[in-house]
Design a protein around this ligand. Structure first.
Ligand code: ZN
Ligand code: ZN
Length: 320
């Protein structure tokens, strides 16, 4: 008896559930025809941009979310960061047909190893941004007016003021077809008396920038010192060139475009840009992500950095 009652109740319940299910099915079926398909893509974008929105998600697992530590850049300068979509809408400075060469200009004296690293910087730049890159002959620094020099108040070494390069020297040397004119020096730099030092500084308007190798260590001391010197030089050059194409500091991931307050923080950043910044570069330079990762992987293989080369290979597979 009990069982039968149970059966009847359950039969009624099943019937009710079946009606609800059929109604829902019918409603969902109708909605499917009425509503446009759901998408996270911004409206009115072309096919290439839409593809980049999808591809950037594929390389997320390769990057760590930003974690601000004591003394880091974001602790001193709490910036907001910028998504790929915001970049597209920001009317960024892009290379044009008349201005698409990146020039690297060494100024002063350099050791043989430093010269080799400057050549590598030019090669990496090409693979990184897909633009023609010219490494200019080394030029002497000449006489620098006293008002652009100082003795560092703590470390006591001679420092040169970035303003001298940005406003005086480099604009005179800037080639007409330069998308960016990047100068390297061996002197330590300072932007004004309130700062202890800067790694480098750029001005977007003038398309020029200056960076120092002074704090990157001695590449001839050991294999590890060479690795540090080389990766630091490449990072600063790629980072500042990113600024020249209107990419601000990245705050979402540990990224080559994240700000650095000190050398340890710069060392923590990867040698590549995060998904958002990758999409910006691919979009701005019309650079296929698969091709970019292939070129970067090849570069590191040639340098004997097998692990890094493999990582770029994995990224290439992910965006296919
Ligand atoms: Zn920066
Ligand atoms: Zn980024």
């Amino acid at each position: 008896m009990k069982c039968w009652k149970k059966y009847r109740l359950s039969f009624k319940l099943n019937l009710r559930l079946l009606i609800i299910f059929l109604t829902l099915f019918f409603l969902i079926g109708c909605q499917k025809n009425i509503e446009p398909p759901k998408t996270d893509l911004p409206p009115n974008i072309d096919e290439r941009t839409a593809k980049l929105f999808k591809l950037k998600e594929k390389i997320v697992p390769f990057f760590k979310p930003m974690r601000v530590q004591k003394g880091d850049w974001l602790e001193s300068f709490p910036e907001e960061g910028q998504t790929f979509e915001q970049y597209i809408n920001s009317n960024p400075t892009l290379p044009t047909a008349e201005r698409q060469i990146i020039y690297i200009q060494p100024l002063g004296d350099f050791t043989q190893t430093q010269k080799k690293v400057l050549q590598l910087t030019a090669d990496y730049m090409k693979a990184f941004y897909n633009l023609p890159v010219e490494l200019n002959e080394i030029k002497p620094l000449g006489n620098i007016p006293k008002r652009f020099q100082r003795k560092n108040p703590y470390e006591k070494q001679l420092q040169l003021k970035t303003g001298y390069f940005l406003n005086d020297l480099l604009p005179k040397m800037l080639p007409k077809d330069a998308a960016a004119f990047i100068c390297f020096t061996n002197y330590d730099l300072y932007p004004d008396d309130n700062w202890n030092y800067v790694f480098g500084q750029a001005t977007l308007q003038n398309r020029v920038g200056v960076w120092s190798l002074w704090r990157f260590g001695n590449p001839d001391k050991s294999a590890e010192d060479y690795r540090l010197f080389m990766t630091r030089t490449l990072k600063v050059a790629m980072h500042e060139t990113g600024h020249m194409f209107s990419m601000p500091h990245c705050t979402k991931y540990e990224c080559l475009m994240s700000g650095s307050n000190h050398l340890l923080e710069a060392d923590r950043h990867p040698l590549d840009v995060c998904p958002e910044c990758m999409a910006k570069i691919a979009w701005a330079m019309k650079y296929e992500p698969t091709m970019r990762y292939q070129n970067l992987s090849k570069f590191w293989k040639e340098q004997g950095f097998e692990e890094l080369s493999k990582e770029f290979e994995e990224k290439e597979k992910a965006v296919q």
